[in-house]
Every structure is written in structure tokens, then in C-alpha cells.
Design a binder for this molecule. Structure first.
Ligand SMILES: [Zn+2]
Length: 861
């Protein structure tokens, strides 16, 4: 056992001397375990009835990385033993791990909890908040740990925090539990956290190894940062596409906490960060007072960290711009979000430029920041409650009165958008009558209004607004995310009030139907977001399906109906007509697809059912390259899309073994952004020549160009030749050339298989790179081309915007009998770009049908 003082002295000593000389000595010391008094405040007694984490686990926090089942078991034990704690499971992860929320307050508050909650939530309703006496109301604090699984100090400190709150005795904790309701989420990302805990525990040596090059500190791909599908859950707070976030947001809005903490880790050579971040990079919808209150809370963290001799920084590196982050989302909801970043020991003890960094040390800093937050919450309680009330009292002063959207043929896509709005507690109404705004029609029955005259007007604005002017040109994350653009759902901003129909309560999924019954053929259009899922299931069940490459008109219930490019014909043939009809009914309801029966092959106009312009489908058998060097977020987006939304089995082969895989089993290979230098170019080319379809995105498109897999040429980016500049500004200047994530417009060729299912001649796309494809010779090979004024929302430098103009977004070229579909952008970004997923799925389903020109010329082999 070593004392706190001894460790502090060592930390200072370490900074003064070369590490190498004393490494062995440190390793010996680091082997020693910390005692409870290393973590917990002195002069506090603890109830002996509550088991400490060490008593429960059989080891001290920091000695091993707590696995999620151990964490859950301990929290359940505290719930059982402590009358201060109640535990609820708010969701299950994809891997079926429980997500927990502990409600911690004193017994009297627990007895009155529902009343406290309903009174608290009235702060966000200006119609009711005036009569509240905030001086007698408890504050609500939300403590969230380790949304990034390989940033473990938070999720391990959560055991200490829960124990302290359950067991500590004395006036300080008594007043805290009287004046606050604490909501504690001990681990926001259990799947990633467990992946990481397994990794570091598996590689832990009993004789500590602090060498950063050892396997313990170098996880294999994809690492533990992300969730099951390799998504960053700390980008999912606003659009909530994953069960972890969906469940959390329900609890969040049930309580509307005053402070929300978000405990992270950063590079091992750093120290500790707490917000405020860079003030100039705060989103303009966040009030200035939020930053001031954050800074005031920061003085509590500083005092807590000073007391244990830890170093820290503020107002650098991190920002509060993108509302999809856990420390930023609260800022647009009348709360104060606080980001903590602890230098990561990653494993158990790692050599850094600041000396040896032990896992217990990182856990202790997070626990210290937990206690300083709670102290601030207690002492600033009335100020924070009043801040929330005032925040919601301020109505919208915006010239825009309402956002109107809808009218798309793809109702499921609009439905998904409404779901997100509702998860954010935004009031959505149906239009009362047919509306025309800015020349766009919004028909009654298929269009919605979000009025800004509502308490959540800031969140609504954050979701709908377009923005191209910024105070700063550097962004920690994306600079644009406007939902109607990411969904490519028609919308307009109305400066006049729009008549409101009924408020959307239960948002029932827009089921499709089967019109007529036949033993010949059914048609369905490609509009529905879920049409690819329908198609894949039909193909899997052995139905012969064909795509219309030209339009056709068919009599439906006696009236001619036009079917657009990409319409799918399902031939009943050898299948039982009754069984087929029931199957189609099920698919129509599940996927929002309408089927139309036809008992004749002769059409009113356009192609007939037996036409060669109805092209037979090739069932996708996709392979995606994954592993070291590949962007795991981008790969995870493809996996999630195909698995969760289209139900297509995806083989994911590792780069390290790909040169041994028999590629002839697959008809499509997907290469997301990444480094493919280890890949055998000859093998890929031969596979394409034999009829394979290669889909490349971003860096992979650059690779395809460089290796001659596709004849496309990438524009070179001119270097800065404007002469000497101050060195201190270099980071700023370079950062300004980064396209961190913005929304641009492309022209779409609606007759091209890649654009099947789209109705508008322009499409919004997401871009976060500086890869620009030059125009090509083949006039039919570029179905998506950037417009000459491409920026729609977000930040891009003047230079990059010029390079982007009229460059190509998607290019299809031939190689032998195969195809290369090169995309510059990522159509599947973060699972909320519903509007461009179809570009990718079209490449998967129709890629093999694309030929350059009517007679298949223009092969570039
Ligand atoms: Zn993080």
C-alpha cells in the first residue's frame, strides 16, 4: 500500500528525470495497488453496509478493467443495498447488454420522485414555469461515462462514484442528496467498452509493461471506441440512430437535467481537459451565458484537480458546435454539457512525456471531476434552474415561422425524419390543407409543419437551418447536418404562419398495399427507402425480378398509371399465386412499398413486360474489405445499412487475408475510405474483368485512379505559394483547408440506374474530403456531377469550393466485363444520411446492369 502523498511526489519527480533510466523502478512501484483512500476524500466515513467496489469485485478499481457484466452486477448490488439508489435499464445494446441509469437522491426525494420530476420538467414549459419556486427545487445532474469504449477511466470511475453516493456519510453528502437528483449512466457504450476491457485484460502482464509499443496499448482493428456496428455514439445524440442513444434520449427528456457530463479520454501525452472549449467555435444557438456558467463550473474542477496535484487545460482543442455530441446536445436543451478529456493510460500503466501514467491515476481524475461537478451542481443549483427556465422562456425571434416538409413519394423516409423530430421532443403537425411555400407543393396527408412557436424551437432550428457563414473556419466535427437535406425530403422555410392540422402523436409507419391479384406479374416502384429490402427478400425466395430501364404505363384499376425508371417487375411464374399475394402483403406493410398486379404483358405505353429493357436482376453477393488501415466508421455504416435496414448478408474479409480469398464467390466488392496498398491490384482487376462490380468511396476512389483500376483522374490541389506567414498561425491556416463535413449539391441523371428511385434532378450529398474527380470523356458515365454553385450548408474553403464546381461525384467505368463505380463521397454517413443511401444501394443492386452507352461501348480496359 502506498500513500497518496507518495504517488504525488513521484509524479512530480517523474517529470524531472529521464524515463528510460528509471523505467524498471517505476514498473515495480506501479505494480503496487492503490488503496481506497487513494480515490476517496479524506475525513468522510462510509456505511459498512455497502460493499466497496473492491469487496465486490475481489480487486481494486484500476487493477483490472471492469467488464460490463461486472459493472452491471455491482450497480444491482448497490440498488439492493442502498435506499438512495434506484436502478433502471433504459435500453439494450445491439449485443444485448443492458444500459443502466441509476437515480440517486435521498430517501425523502425518492418517495416524492415523480412529483419532483414533473415540477422540474415544467421549467421547460414557459406556460407553467412562472409559478415555480426554484429555491426549493432540487437540481438534476446527469453523469455519463465513457461513450467511447476505449476511453475506460470514466466507466471504471463510475463504480467509485456510485459507491461514494451510496455509502458516504456526513453533512456534505446529505445536503447533496437532498438538493440534487443525480442520474448516473455508468457506461454509455457497453459493447465497445467490453471489447476494450477484454483486450487490455487479455494482454496485461503481472509485471507491468509500460512500453507504449506493447500489444496492451495497441488494440487491433476496429478497437473499442465505437459500438457494435463501429459507430461513434458520441455523434448520435441528435439523430439517434442506435438503441443506446434512442433509449438514453427518452430518459434525458423525461428529466431535462441541468448539467450533463461526458467523460472521455484523449492522447496519452496530454493531461486533463474540461470545458469550456474554444468559445469562438460554440454553436450560435447556444447562449453566451451557457459558456459563462460552464466556466464557473470549471472553477470547481480546477479546485478539485489542484487539490490532488493534477494538471489540466481549458478553452483549447475542443468545441461545442455539432449538437450530435454528448457535451453539446445539452447546450441546445437549456442544460450545461461538460466534456472531460483525460490523458489515456489506454492499458494499465504507460510511459508518456509526462512520466508514467497509471490507470488508477486516470480513474481518480475522472472521479475527482465527478465530485467537483456535483459540488457545483449543489452550490449553483438555483442559478442553473433559473437558467433553464429563462432559456425556455425566450421564444423564437427568427424571421422563419415554420418549416414545412414532405410530399415525397418515399413516405417511409419522411416517416423516419418525423421519428427523429419526435425523439427530440419537437412538436410536429400535419398540414391542415394543401400548402404552397416557395413554389413547392406540400399536399395534405403527406406533409408536415414544425412551427418555431414552441419550446423546442432552438433544437428545431438546429435541425432544419442551413448555415454558410461561420465565426471560425475550424471545426472539431462536421459543420452541417440539416435534416431535410440529409434526408433529401422536400422542404421550405415559411415566413408566414402555416395552418396546423392535427399534432403528430403516434407516428404510424406508412404501410404499402397490394393492388389487385395475379398469377402473372406485379410491379413496384423503387421510391420507398425500404424497396431494396423488399427486392432482396423476393430474390432470396427465388422470384425472378427485373428492373425497368425505361418508363412504362400500365392500367391500374382501369386507369393508366406511369411507372418510373427502376420499377421492379416480380414474376409469379412457378410460385403459388395465393402464397405470393400474402407474401407481398407482408412486404408492403413492412417496407411501405405498393405492389400493382398485371395479368398482361402488354402495356399502355413504354416497354412491355417481356422487353429486353426489363433487365434481369443479379442478387448481390457483396464482400467488403475491412481491417487495419480501413476507416472503421465508414465500413460500419455499410455493415449497419445492409444488416439492419436491407437484410443483405455481407461478408467482411480482413485485409490481411484478402489476397488468399477466392473472390469468384462474390459479385460485388465494397471498398470504403482507407489504405489499400496491401491489396493485389492484379487480382482485383482480374476479378472485375470477369464481371465483378467494384464500389469505391473517397480514398478508395483515389486508389482506383492511381492503380489504373478506373481511368478517372483526380484533380491536384494547388500548394500555398502566397509567401511567408507566421508559424503560430500554421495550424489555423491548414485547418481552414479541411473539409470536415458539409452539404453540397449534385445534378442527378434520373435515367441512370444509380439514380433509380429519385425524383428530383438535384440531390444533396455529404462530403468530408478533398478528392475531386475531373470530367471524363464518356458522356453517360457520370450520373452525379457537382453543380457550379455546389455549397448548400456548412464550411468549405474558397479554394476547395472552386475545385469542387462541376467535378464528378460518381463515375461508372467498365473494365472487361465488370464495372467500377467510383464515389468521391460517403453516401451512408452516420446512418442519418437516408437521402443518399439509395445511391449506394443502387450501385449494389443495379451495378452490373450499367453499360456505357446504349451499345455498351466505352470500355476502358
Ligand atoms: Zn472520447
Amino acid at each position: 500500500m502506498i500513500s497518496t502523498f507518495f504517488i504525488l511526489s513521484l509524479t512530480n519527480y517523474m517529470k524531472k528525470y529521464l524515463l528510460g533510466i528509471v523505467l524498471l523502478g517505476w514498473a515495480m512501484i506501479a505494480k503496487a495497488q492503490v488503496a481506497d483512500n487513494y480515490y476517496f476524500p479524506a475525513n468522510v466515513t462510509y456505511s459498512p453496509a455497502i460493499p466497496t467496489p473492491q469487496q465486490f469485485l475481489g480487486y481494486q478499481v484500476g487493477q483490472w478493467h471492469v467488464t460490463h457484466d461486472q459493472r452491471v452486477a455491482y450497480m444491482k448490488k448497490l440498488d439492493e443495498f442502498s435506499d438512495r439508489i434506484t436502478l433502471a435499464e433504459y435500453a439494450r445494446t445491439y449485443e444485448n447488454r443492458p444500459l443502466l441509469l441509476l437515480t440517486i437522491t435521498n430517501q425523502a426525494n425518492h418517495a416524492n420522485l415523480e412529483n419532483i420530476r414533473t415540477e422540474h420538467v415544467k421549467l421547460t414549459d414557459p406556460a407553467q414555469s412562472g409559478s415555480l419556486n426554484t429555491s426549493t427545487m432540487p437540481g438534476v445532474v446527469w453523469m455519463g461515462y465513457s461513450v467511447h469504449g476505449n476511453e475506460p477511466s470514466g466507466a471504471n470511475a463510475s463504480l467509485l462514484a456510485a459507491y461514494y453516493l451510496a455509502a458516504a456519510q456526513g453533512p456534505s453528502v446529505d445536503s447533496l442528496l437532498r438538493e440534487c437528483v443525480i442520474l448516473l449512466d455508468p457506461c454509455i457504450n457497453p459493447d465497445g467498452g467490453n471489447r476494450f476491457a477484454s483486450w487490455v485484460n487479455t494482454h496485461k502482464s503481472i509485471t507491468p509493461v509500460s512500453d507504449p509499443d506493447t500489444r496492451e496499448y495497441n488494440e487491433v482493428w476496429p478497437g473499442g471506441r465505437t459500438n457494435h456496428y463501429w459507430f461513434d455514439l458520441n455523434r448520435d445524440w441528435l439523430y439517434t440512430q442506435h438503441p443506446e442513444s434512442k433509449g438514453r434520449l427518452v430518459k434525458y427528456h423525461q428529466w431535462k437535467p441541468n448539467i450533463v457530463t461526458d467523460h472521455h479520454e484523449m492522447g496519452s501525452n496530454s493531461t486533463f481537459f474540461f470545458q469550456p472549449g474554444i468559445p469562438a467555435r460554440t454553436h450560435p444557438l447556444t447562449p453566451r451565458l451557457n459558456i459563462d456558467l460552464t466556466a464557473k463550473i470549471g472553477t470547481y474542477h480546477a479546485a478539485g484537480l489542484d487539490k490532488i496535484g493534477s494538471y489540466y487545460f481549458t478553452q483549447e482543442n475542443y468545441d461545442d458546435f455539432y449538437y450530435g455530441k454528448g457535451s453539446t446536445y445539452p447546450d441546445v436543451n437549456g442544460s450545461i454539457g461538460i466534456l472531460f478529456e483525460q490523458a489515456s493510460s489506454r492499458g494499465h500503466v504507460q510511459e508518456t512525456i509526462n512520466g508514467l501514467l497509471t490507470f488508477p491515476f486516470t480513474v481518480r481524475n475522472q472521479f475527482t471531476a465527478t465530485l467537483s461537478t456535483l459540488k457545483a451542481a449543489k452550490e449553483m443549483r438555483v442559478e442553473l434552474l433559473n437558467y433553464m427556465r429563462d432559456f425556455y422562456k425566450q421564444g423564437s425571434t427568427d424571421a422563419v415561422k415554420s418549416y414545412v416538409f414532405g410530399g415525397s413519394n418515399d413516405r417511409p423516409r419522411t416517416w423516419e425524419m418525423v421519428e427523429i423530430l419526435r425523439r427530440n421532443q419537437i412538436e410536429v403537425y400535419e398540414v391542415a390543407k394543401d400548402e404552397t411555400v416557395d413554389g413547392r407543393n406540400f399536399p395534405k396527408g403527406n406533409a408536415y409543419v414544425v412551427p418555431l412557436n414552441q419550446p423546442q424551437h432552438r433544437v428545431a432550428k438546429a435541425i432544419f437551418e442551413k448555415r454558410t457563414q461561420f465565426e471560425d473556419s475550424l471545426f472539431y466535427d462536421i459543420s452541417a447536418w440539416a435534416m431535410p437535406l440529409t434526408f433529401n425530403v422536400p422542404y421550405a422555410e415559411s415566413k408566414a404562419s402555416v395552418s396546423l392540422g392535427s399534432k403528430v402523436g403516434e407516428n404510424t409507419f406508412p404501410k404499402g398495399s397490394v393492388v389487385g391479384k395475379t398469377d402473372y406479374s406485379y410491379l413496384f416502384e423503387w421510391d420507398s427507402y425500404y424497396a431494396p429490402r423488399t427486392l432482396y427478400e423476393l430474390e432470396s425466395l427465388g422470384y425472378l425480378t427485373k428492373t425497368a430501364t425505361q418508363r412504362l404505363t400500365v392500367l391500374v384499376q382501369g386507369k393508366p398509371r406511369m411507372f418510373d425508371y427502376g420499377t421492379i417487375q416480380v414474376q409469379v411464374r412457378d410460385h403459388d399465386p395465393e402464397e405470393t399475394y400474402r407474401l407481398l402483403q407482408r412486404l408492403a406493410e413492412r417496407d411501405g412499398v405498393d405492389f400493382y398486379a398485371s395479368s398482361t404483358g402488354l402495356t399502355g405505353s413504354g416497354i412491355d413486360f417481356g422487353s429486353e429493357n426489363f433487365k434481369a436482376m443479379r442478387t448481390p453477393r457483396p464482400l467488403m474489405l475491412v481491417g487495419s488501415g480501413i476507416n472503421s466508421n465508414d465500413a460500419g455504416e455499410v455493415w449497419h445499412l445492409l444488416d439492419q435496414r436491407v437484410n443483405v448478408p455481407l461478408t467482411m474479409a480482413d485485409m490481411s487475408s484478402i489476397n488468399r480469398v477466392d473472390l469468384s464467390k462474390y459479385n460485388t466488392i465494397i471498398m470504403v475510405s482507407g489504405n489499400y496498398n496491401a491489396l493485389s491490384v492484379d487480382k482485383i482487376k482480374e476479378w472485375i474483368r470477369n464481371g465483378g462490380v467494384l464500389i469505391t468511396m473517397a480514398d478508395a476512389t483515389e486508389w482506383a485512379s492511381e492503380k489504373g483500376v478506373s481511368p478517372i483522374k483526380i484533380k491536384s490541389i494547388p500548394s500555398d505559394t502566397t509567401g511567408p506567414k507566421p508559424y503560430a498561425l500554421s495550424e489555423l491556416h491548414k485547418g481552414a483547408q479541411v473539409t470536415g463535413g458539409a452539404i453540397f449539391q449534385v445534378k442527378l441523371d434520373l435515367t441512370h440506374p444509380l439514380a433509380y428511385g429519385y425524383k428530383e434532378p438535384t440531390l444533396n450529398v455529404f462530403r468530408d474530403n478533398n478528392i475531386f474527380i475531373q470530367p471524363i470523356k464518356d458522356p453517360y458515365g457520370a450520373p452525379a456531377i457537382y453543380t457550379d454553385r455546389p455549397l448548400v450548408s456548412g464550411y468549405v474553403s474558397t479554394q476547395n469550393e472552386k475545385l469542387l464546381r462541376n467535378s464528378l461525384s460518381i463515375v461508372c467505368t467498365n473494365l472487361g466485363s465488370g464495372k467500377v463505380i467510383a464515389m468521391t463521397d460517403n453516401p451512408n454517413f452516420r446512418a442519418f444520411w437516408y437521402g443518399t443511401n439509395k445511391l449506394f444501394l443502387n450501385a449494389l443492386f443495379f451495378g452490373s446492369q450499367i453499360s456505357s452507352g446504349r451499345f455498351g461501348g466505352g470500355s476502358e480496359d
